[in-house]
Design a protein around this ligand. Structure first.
Ligand code: XIL
Length: 372
């Protein structure tokens, strides 16, 4: 059922309700008739003000998150949407090494601090994303002169600086992001694995993060687990090994970047498989591309499937045991904010349209949460 929150306006369009003052003196009959007309519409005349859509965070028994960028939070419309609907914020990129670590090895926290301050002001949790990522190998580390400071020491120092800075506000951290190869045939090669070894990078990063904030839930996080069985298998094997090695892994991230053509049930099966470890699950970066799977030819069908996938994901997440419902996070606010737009301007992957109005994807999540 497609609910359009415009549809929550008075069911009697303004034209049918003559609200202008009558020419003749107001008779008792007229007052009664007006009251009956209004009652027929079920609501007091809102003078065509739409009934605002329900805040997502008020409907979910678990944190609902989104990713944000610090400069966007200076736009009142954007900030209002982020504050109204979400109970957790992830920095889209300003808490990554690519922003924090300067070429000379110094750190800059200005934008991460701005996002943290916004979250604090709005009673939202902050989620730390991400400490180590194969895609970020900043000069400050790559050029490290290990005669002065060991690589491991520099990495411990970085993790400690980041995690301790947001201690008490950050509910958790993606300690290592996307460790599994795209084709699932092993773990990625990275500056971190080359310097510390595959298992060593996890030990150093997780132990430093644990020491910096004993309360934070420490995650590993990856994507395309719903559509690549080999990748899911390797990810689960890695998780088993980390737990066996005593690495303080406290949660499992499933990014859920997908597209309209993803088979119904794939998200549900993946969450169930990952939940088998008994750890908290962060559905950490959901967006559903309406063009990547080639569905652009039939946009209406792509958007119907997209809404169904959002509904499936929230239902599957809500079906997890409560102690495993860490957070459900979408990767961006409005379609125009999505990173996917850079790849294809036609893409509409998120819950709100470019003007910040809720879409059928939003309604699918609301309906699923209300049906629980
Ligand atoms: C992306 C951001 O959305 C982009 O703005 C940035 O340029 C690159 O990173 N998986 C992740 C995220 O874990 O950090 C990525 O975010 C998207 C894929």
């Amino acid at each position: 059922m497609k609910r359009d929150y415009e549809g929550d306006r008075l069911s009697c369009p303004k034209g049918q309700l003559n609200l202008s003052p009558p020419a003749a003196p107001v008779s008792r009959r007229l007052i009664l008739a007006s009251g009956l007309a209004l009652a027929a519409c079920g609501r007091e005349p809102a003078l065509s003000q739409p009934i605002p859509e329900p805040p997502l965070k008020s409907l979910a028994p678990f944190p609902i998150g989104t990713c944000v960028r610090a400069p966007d939070l200076e736009d009142p419309a954007y900030a209002g949407l982020a504050a109204r609907h979400f109970s957790q914020l992830t920095a889209e990129w300003e808490m990554k090494m690519e922003y924090v670590v300067q070429p000379d090895g110094s750190f800059r926290f200005d934008r991460a601090d701005a996002i943290a301050a916004f979250a604090r002001r709005n009673g939202q949790r902050l989620f730390g994303h991400t400490l180590l990522w194969y895609a970020n190998e900043p000069e400050g580390f790559a050029r490290l002169d290990e005669s002065r400071q060991s690589f491991e020491g520099a990495l411990r120092n970085y993790v400690t600086a980041m995690v301790s800075r947001y201690r008490g506000l950050a509910s958790g951290w993606d300690v290592i992001n996307e460790p599994v190869m795209e084709n699932g045939e092993g773990l990625r090669d990275s500056l971190w694995s080359r310097k510390l070894g595959q298992t060593g990078q996890f030990k150093v990063a997780f132990e430093a993060a644990r020491a910096a904030d004993p309360a934070a839930v420490l995650f590993v996080n990856d994507y395309h687990l719903e559509s690549r069985p080999a990748k899911l298998r390797t990810y689960m094997t890695l998780i088993e090994q980390l737990l066996k090695d005593g690495v303080p892994l406290g949660g499992i991230g499933c990014q859920t970047h997908c597209w309209s053509e993803l088979a119904p049930g794939a998200i549900t099966a993946t969450l169930k498989a990952l939940a088998g470890f008994g750890l908290p699950i962060h559905l950490s970066e959901m967006d559903v591309s309406t063009v990547q799977g080639g569905m652009l030819a039939n946009r209406a069908e792509a958007e119907r499937r997209q809404a169904r996938l959002y509904g499936e994901a929230i239902e599957a997440f809500a079906a997890l045991p409560e102690r495993q419902q860490f957070a459900f996070t979408v990767w961006g606010l409005r379609d125009r904010d999505s990173w996917l737009k850079r790849e294809n301007a036609q893409d509409r992957p998120l819950l709100f349209d470019d003007a910040g109005r809720p879409k059928p994807t939003f309604a699918a999540i609301v309906d699923a949460l209300r049906a629980r």
